[in-house]
Design a binder for this molecule. Structure first.
Ligand code: PEP
Ligand code: MG
Length: 931
């Protein structure tokens, strides 16, 4: 080794150089240099560690050891104590600390410097024999297991043995005598296992301890940790070693130890917050033998120290411009700060402290925004399980719609509705849900299904309503007939209580307490700052006036996607929609459509009224129409059931005659009753089992079979449906434009956008545009006003991306439907992928993420970039957005900002998250790159 400087006193190390001094070391240097009361110490650099590991032999290099001894001499001078002095011994801690924090991955040795000779000195100073032997046994064990490589096992065995002997249930139940015995027996273990006594020379101890920390950098735990968290050598190479004077909070009643936050981490209140214990050391707090006291009680107990703590809190915040979580020790009325780091807080506290710190001039608005991770806001938007609750997971399904809820199990939508009307909380439990279950969704607290992925009907509808949903819970079987379910082997009946957590997919038996979202006013202020920074607008996907209201409340700048089929699903409309589908002639169909028109118009009017002037993008009907009808299986079951019932009733009609023939006496006795029953059954048959009812079901079945497709998602849907059934699209277009006209007439402002789904060629768009032009003319004539609107398309088909230049000739705006575009790009059907192979793909890192949740920037994202480039060549001011589910996630938002999209649209509760993420995207744009 050359005479490089390997050792830095806390007073001289560069507090910013984490690479050289490690995170902890740099922080200790920094704290010392800004005048915080850190116990004296020094850092041995990461370079020394690398040099040691490269030399591949035991023992520290003489030059390094010389520098360490020099630093120790300085410590002795600063503390007035001496390393190894029997009367006034200097004790130190030896801790690892790499550039990136790796909690618990490397080794730490405390109380180094204790030996047979220094023990009495410390007992004399502390007047606490138990404490000293406790410290000694810790140093022997740590040192021997780490420094000598003996592991913990032989020491744990001795410990258990002595505890048994003294009938001590826990470590803390042992007194000084028991601990002294442990120390003696530990020494014997070392002698036996190594053939030499426990090293008594403190410098030998120190050298071995430093080596042990150096070596732990390449220990299995640490290597695995770095691999797991992707810590590269550029990020951290080698560990530094921090040697710090030990201070004791347990030397008497003028001593204490504690942990504090510079502000309250639960509420954000600007007041010192924390706990302390008089005459104790850190481990006592952890062991829980005594209850710590709230920090405010320190004020009367040690007024001067409390003032110092107050000063310390301000100094820390001024320096780090962030709420700090710090550890302190008071040794003989002198305050020491041992460590500080950024405080972890809940979302409400983060928001309050952000606003307060801006007002106090501690941070800028930009910094206030950047310190809050957008996803954290979910705490304020969805109910969640109480983190304090003790829970046992019954089973886990797919986290289909975030939030937590509990309620009584019900197995059908009608029951959900009737129970909730009685004020009961219910969870709708089904194998899967269908459009006509919608009233059950409104009534239930949450939805649990045994089948279906994150795009199943249940999942999609629950998300749009902001209700928790766990789908695809394969560990559940349901018997609708007996109204029972078996979940993970546990039988449950209707009325039993269940809790679901749609954020994690977990299901729990019984009630787990939940915490309601705490939408705080301060968030609105913060989001206004965010909006001023961001270049992307945030819109919402919302289909009903209720959802639109919520979107507006969360600050959506418009509705980016209104899926009109969701309006068809409501219970008062579904029968009309079914009539429309089943119509045998155009006239019949037109009659149903005429009934739908005013209903849709009223919905649109209400949405326009709520969004008054903000863009409202209405998508014409998209899904295959068979989705509005019952499934063939269901119909077959119903028809078979009805037929069997009819046969049974017919059989019952002959029962009196059969009885008379077999046993006239018995017939005589029951004849009156039998007649009444037979008449009743006949009436039932005539009323409910008429041929016409069975025939009607058979008609529906024929239609369902005729509409059946092999790949419905790639089949007769979207614009293809609009072209084959022009009446449906025409009705919707008329409803939009008439609603717009009426809204204008009533003095409102308006910005409707008509959006066509599933387009793959300009010709399709032209086809629909012809209806639009015609109807627009008619509406303007009828209302005698100008009705402004925009016409655009979704981009969710790969061919549409490739033809974006042509499509842009007609489309005034484009919205990427990345749910479908991802399916199309990967050729994965989402349901099958999520249920069958995506989990394995993720596990084996064939794909890093589920592309239906996290936008696939490298594939789908590239397609989006090409599309935008070509579209804007034709129409430079083309408004482009994203309305697939990925659009509400911060990573996708960063990308969308980078490629200069105009807006993102997401479900209403994600709007605040997206607004914050859009501001983050702008503030961190310089660091973003496409890899
Ligand atoms: C999409 O495909 O991304 C989209 C928004 O449409 P949907 O999810 O309704 O198919
Ligand atoms: Mg789509």
């Amino acid at each position: 080794m050359t005479t490089k400087k390997f050792v830095y006193a806390f007073e001289e190390g560069d507090g910013k150089n984490k690479k050289l001094l490690g995170g902890k070391g740099a922080n200790l240097c920094d704290m010392t240099q800004i005048g915080l009361p850190v116990p004296p110490g020094f850092v041995i650099t990461t370079e020394a560690c690398l040099a040691y590991l490269a030399q591949k032999k035991k023992g520290l290099d003489a030059e390094l050891m010389g520098q360490i001894k020099g630093a120790m001499a300085d410590l002795e001078q600063k503390t007035g104590k001496r390393f190894g002095d029997p009367k006034n011994p200097l004790l130190v801690s030896v801790r690892s600390g790499a550039a990136i924090s790796m909690p618990g991955m490397m080794d730490t040795i405390l109380n180094l410097g204790l030996n047979k000779e220094t023990l009495p000195g410390l007992i004399e100073q502390t007047q606490n024999e138990r404490f000293v032997y406790d410290a000694y046994r810790r140093v022997i064990q740590l040192f021997s297991s780490v420094g000598l490589g003996l592991g913990d096992e032989p020491f744990d065995d001795v410990f258990d043995d002595v505890k048994k002997k003294y009938k001590a249930a826990q470590d803390v139940d042992l007194d000084a005598k028991g601990l002294r015995e442990i120390c003696d027996r530990f020494m014997q273990v070392v002698q036996q296992k190594t053939g030499t006594p426990f090293p008594q020379d403190p410098y030998v101890q120190l050298e071995m301890a430093v080596e042990a920390v150096f070596r732990s950098w390449m220990g299995k735990r640490a290597v695995d940790y770095r691999r797991e968290f992707g810590i590269t050598t550029e990020m951290a190479s080698g560990t530094a070693v921090n040697i710090c004077t030990m201070v004791f909070g347990n030397m008497g009643n003028d001593c204490a130890t504690g942990v504090a936050f510079t502000r309250n981490p639960a509420t954000g209140e600007n007041r010192l917050y924390g706990e302390y214990m008089i005459n104790a050391q850190g481990e006592d707090v952890v062991a829980g033998i005594r209850t710590p006291k709230p920090i405010r009680e320190l004020r009367p107990e040690m007024p001067e120290v409390y003032q110092e703590l107050e000063k310390l809190r301000h100094t820390l915040e001024k320096r780090y411009r962030e709420v700090q979580d710090f550890e302190f020790t008071i040794e003989k009325s002198k305050l020491y700060c041992l460590q500080t780091r950024n405080g972890k807080m809940n979302a409400a506290a983060f928001i309050k402290t952000s606003i307060d710190m801006v007002n106090e001039g501690l941070i800028t608005e930009d910094q206030a925004i950047l310190r809050i991770k957008p996803d954290m806001l979910a705490q304020l938007l969805y109910p969640r399980l109480d983190p304090e609750a003790k829970v046992e997971i019954l089973t886990t399904g797919l986290p289909a719609s975030p939030g937590a809820a509990w309620g009584k199990i019900v197995f059908d939508a009608d029951r959900a509705e009737s129970k909730s009307k009685l004020g009961e909380k219910v969870i709708l439990v089904r194998e899967e849900t269908k459009p006509d279950d919608i009233h059950g969704f409104f009534a239930a607290q949450g939805i649990l299904t045994s089948r279906g992925g994150k795009t199943s009907h249940a999942a999609v509808v629950a998300r749009s309503m902001g209700k928790p949903c766990v789908s695809g819970c394969e560990n559940m079987t349901i018997s609708y007939a007996t109204r029972e379910a078996v979940i993970a082997g546990v039988p449950l009946r209707e009325g039993d209580v269940l809790t679901i957590d749609g954020t994690t997919g977990n299901v729990f038996q019984g009630r787990v307490p939940t915490i309601e979202p705490e939408f705080v006013e301060d968030l609105l202020v913060l989001l206004e700052w965010a909006d001023e920074i961001s270049e992307l607008d945030v819109m919402a996907n919302a289909d009903t006036p209720e959802a639109v209201k919520k979107a507006k409340k969360y600050g959506a700048m418009g509705i980016g996607l209104c899926r009109t089929e969701r309006m068809f699903n409501q219970p008062d409309r579904l029968p009309i929609v079914q009539e429309m589908i089943l119509a045998e002639s155009t006239d019949e169909r037109q009659a149903s459509i005429n009934r739908l028109l005013p209903i849709q118009r009223e919905d649109f009017k209400e949405i326009f009224r709520i969004m008054n002037g903000y863009p409202v993008t209405i998508r014409l009907l998209d899904p295959p129409i068979h989705e509005f009808l019952p499934s063939a299986d269901e119909l077959i079951q119903e028809i078979t059931h009805l037929r069997e019932l009819r046969k049974t009733i017919e059989g019952m009609a002959t029962l009196p005659d059969t009885l008379r023939m077999l046993d006239p006496q018995l017939h005589e006795r029951y004849s009156a009753n039998l007649e009444a029953i037979t008449l009743g059954l006949e009436e039932l048959k005539n009323k409910h089992l008429a041929e016409t009812l069975i025939e009607a079901k058979e008609v529906v079945l024929r239609k369902v079979r005729a509409l059946a497709e092999t790949n419905p998602m790639l089949g007769h849907r979207g614009v293809r449906l609009g072209i084959t059934y022009p009446e449906i699209y025409s009705m919707q277009i008329r409803a939009i434009l008439e609603a717009a006209a009426e809204h204008i007439k009533s003095g409102g402002r308006i910005s409707p956008e008509i959006m066509v789904p599933q387009v793959c060629t300009l010709e399709e768009l032209k086809w629909v545009h012809r209806y639009v032009s015609q109807i627009h003319k008619e509406v303007e004539k009828k209302f005698r006003i100008d009705v402004p609107f925009h016409f655009g398309t979704m981009i969710e088909v790969v061919r549409a991306c490739m033809r974006a230049g042509r499509i842009a000739e007609l489309a005034e705006f484009m919205s990427f439907g990345t749910n479908d575009l991802t399916q199309a790009t990967f050729s994965f059907s989402r349901e099958d992928a999520e249920n069958k192979f995506l989990p394995l793909y993720k596990e084996h890192e064939i794909l890093q993420h589920n592309p239906f949740e996290v936008l696939d920037i490298k594939g789908v994202g590239r397609l989006m970039m090409i599309t935008m480039e070509w579209a804007r060549k034709t129409r430079p001011d083309m408004k482009v957005g994203i309305c697939g589910e990925q659009g509400g996630h911060p990573d996708a938002i960063r990308f969308c900002h980078y490629i200069k999209m105009s807006y993102v649209s997401c479900s209403p509760p994600r709007v605040p998250i997206a607004r914050l993420a859009a501001a983050h995207a702008k503030l961190t744009e310089a660091e973003f790159s496409l890899v």
